[in-house]
Design a protein around this ligand. Sequence first.
Ligand code: ADP
Ligand code: MG
Length: 210
Amino acid sequence: MRSSRLPAVKTLETFDFSFQPSIKREQIESLHELNFIERKENVVLLGPPGVGKTHLAISLAIAAAQRGRRVYYGTLIDLITSLEEAQAAGRLARRLAVLTHPSLLVVDEIGYLPINYSGAVLFFQLMNRRYEHASTVLTSNKGFEEWGDIFGDDVMAAALIDRVLHHLPSGERRGNSYRMREHAELYRTLQSDVEGSEPVRRPRKSKAGH
Ligand code: ADP
Ligand code: MG
């Protein structure tokens, strides 16, 4: 807990499910059993601001720390800044190793600020290191189909999402065709589960040909 940099103490016990009926209580409780950490799987919490994403990301990290797991928290910007500083100081490999080590890394606030290309490359390197090695909890106020805009590069965002969702049931994976469009479909499917909650997606920016 001391080295985790968690910004606050938030626990499952203080999460009010009646306040957020679109969230499935059993699903969240089962996540807190932390089997996903054993399986080195990731958790993605998507939703508009103020709905409890950071709260639940922190409560997962605290639950993991209580079981003796090493956990680390950062916003996407914090993590990228620390990687950039390390790179400038010639210590990138060391920093990547440090951030790959925790059993649970929280990457909070994906999407609030745009990421420049070199920052996106550094973050991709980190997620690539953690891929199938240790779990990451990611939160975003943007749907997957908007991650291309956040990271400034659709191909890198698709590769990143592919890393993040690596243990999706095989039916969701279709080899080379597993691209942004399908993530968008998956996202819509997930969204249809939360009927009645506020829409998460901004109106899509019109792009010629799409
Ligand atoms: P988000 O990260 O989705 O923007 P937060 O997790 O930061 O939202 O939630 C904003 C504040 O409201 C935090 O103090 C959080 O603890 C609290 N909060 C949000 N949802 C709930 C809830 N269902 N029960 C208890 N507290 C909540
Ligand atoms: Mg938050």
